[in-house]
Ligand binder design. Structure first.
Ligand SMILES: Cc1cc2nc3c(=O)[nH]c(=O)nc-3n(C[C@H](O)[C@H](O)[C@H](O)COP(=O)(O)OP(=O)(O)OC[C@H]3O[C@@H](n4cnc5c(N)ncnc54)[C@H](O)[C@@H]3O)c2cc1C
Length: 196
């Protein structure tokens, strides 16, 4: 349905609206907080009984305090059973059913790269982890000339990649600025010598 978004886009589109976020990890928690701060009426629905340990230490107290203050509604231990154009149907921990109004719904319950793209390009990858087979030095895949960078290198374990480590992938693929300059000078030297 057009009001259901598996990627978090823009919080301000939800100003003044009832929004349901499904999930309890960092993506869902961060989205719920941003949506609340952009003026949405947010309910976060999570099947776990408590927020998972992996929730960032600076997000957890923010979320818990917003819930305590009644600014964000939370349904823990709850399963989504249906999404309709107007609401999200949730089965609570005690088996009770509730309809939560929702003009926008964000199921943020996990993500993996597009493995079909790997298949179409003939890139070998481990079927269990989804990791492409790569040369760790150059990040070149099993298809010569095709390199991968960032979270796609980690298959389904995308949380292993952060901006802090993924940003160095460019240098592995293209070399450092100094190496690129050296290669460019070498290339220009060859062009001068050969007159091409
Ligand atoms: C909620 C959340 C919080 C985070 N917080 C932090 C943080 O505080 N610090 C930190 O260091 N990192 C953080 N990260 C991780 C960080 O966002 C990622 O490590 C980083 O964005 C990875 O960059 P990337 O370019 O590899 O992938 P992405 O940023 O995911 O970019 C991949 C792009 O490829 C596009 N794409 C996918 N499939 C196709 C296809 N078939 N064809 C064309 N395009 C396609 C996608 O639309 C997307 O634009 C966070 C991640 C999340 C989800």
């Amino acid at each position: 349905m057009p009001h259901v978004h598996h990627y978090f886009d823009e919080a301000h589109l939800s100003y003044g609206l009832d929004v349901v976020v499904i999930g309890g990890k960092n993506s869902a928690v961060e989205a719920a907080l941003q949506l609340f701060r952009a003026g949405a009426r947010v309910t976060i629905v999570y099947r776990g009984a408590t927020w998972p340990k992996s929730v960032k230490y600076w997000l957890r107290p923010d979320l818990e305090n917003r819930i305590k203050a009644g600014e964000i509604q939370a349904r823990l231990g709850s399963q989504v059973t249906q999404i309709t154009p107007r609401d999200v149907v949730v089965r609570g921990a005690l088996g009770n059913e509730e309809r939560i109004p929702a003009s926008r719904v964000y199921p943020l319950i996990g993500f993996h790269p597009d493995f079909e793209l790997f298949k179409r390009m003939g890139i070998a990858f481990d079927p269990d982890s989804g990791r492409p087979k790569i040369n760790p030095e150059t990040l070149e895949t099993s298809v010569p000339g095709i390199h991968v960078a960032g979270s796609v290198t980690a298959g389904t374990k995308i949380s292993e990649i952060f901006i802090e480590n993924g940003r160095f992938d460019g240098e592995k693929i293209f070399g450092s600025a100094a190496e690129r300059l050296q290669a460019q000078n070498l290339y220009q030297g060859i062009r001068r010598e050969t007159g091409e």
